[in-house]
Write a protein that binds this ligand. Structure first.
Ligand code: SAM
Length: 226
């Protein structure tokens, strides 16, 4: 990360880029939830990427982070947050912490955010970054997120930022009634679709929300590690 003075110097450019991104990549598409737009506007995405990627931080794309992973495209983060229909009172589980950016956005939308990352190095970096930026309602864990997070359950929403072929079994029992699971499902051959599952009277109601591309969800109830 660059020195503080470099950030102060370039901060205005980032603020302008963030506002342009919200207008052109989110509002002019289909992101209308004012709480989501406000949350995205509060999170300095440039702090969640490497110094080399900072000038691309507000591009309309995913970007590489360490350990061959990615920080999701801003539109995808906004889309998933909007799909979760958060009002500010919820306990949320995010699977796939990556850079910590998605968790930071969620921290403005929910009461408590638990986020699980399988790669220890990324979890450590995200913890440090989120602490430094003062996101004290976000808790980072290193584990296999296909197991959910029984010790912090139940959740009002589970947001999964990597793709599985099927919904991991443990999630349903860790969800509150009317809770939502937002998850990309599918394979490289069939394509991935974003799903929203809503728990009603003990059953999951399924909706398909659109086509997306994600890295694989690797774990006991996901893909096998290579
Ligand atoms: N939300 C992240 C951000 O804002 O930077 C982007 C996440 S990236 C698209 C997907 C992440 O899911 C990767 O960091 C990957 O290591 C992680 N992942 C894959 N399988 C996982 C699992 N079973 N449990 C937890 N994390 C997993």
């Amino acid at each position: 990360m660059s020195s503080d003075s470099e950030f102060v110097q370039s901060d205005n450019n980032f603020v302008t880029a963030r506002q342009t991104m919200i207008e052109e990549q989110l509002r002019q598409r289909d992101i209308a939830d004012p709480r989501v737009l406000d949350a995205i506007g509060r999170v300095p995405r440039e702090y969640f990427v490497s110094p080399e990627s900072q000038r691309f931080a507000y591009n309309d794309s995913a970007l590489p982070i360490d350990c061959h992973q990615t920080i999701s495209q801003p539109y995808t983060v906004a889309f998933m947050c909007a799909a979760a229909q958060l009002t500010g009172t919820e306990t949320v589980l995010e699977i796939g912490t990556g850079s910590g950016y998605g968790a930071a956005v969620l921290s403005h939308l929910a009461r408590e955010v638990h986020t699980v990352e399988r790669i220890p190095e990324l979890a450590i970096q995200a913890t440090e970054r989120l602490q430094r930026l003062g996101y004290d309602n976000v808790h980072v864990y290193t584990d296999d997120g296909t197991l959910g997070l029984p010790q912090a359950a139940p959740f009002d929403a589970i947001i999964v930022t990597a793709a599985a072929e099927q919904l991991p079994e443990p999630y349903q029992e860790q969800l509150n009634e009317k809770g939502r699971i937002i998850i990309p499902l599918g394979s490289d051959s069939t394509g991935q679709r974003m799903y929203r599952f809503t728990l009603r009277n003990g059953k999951l109601l399924e909706e398909v929300l659109g086509a997306f591309v994600f890295v694989p969800l690797i774990g006991k109830f996901g893909h096998r590690p290579e």
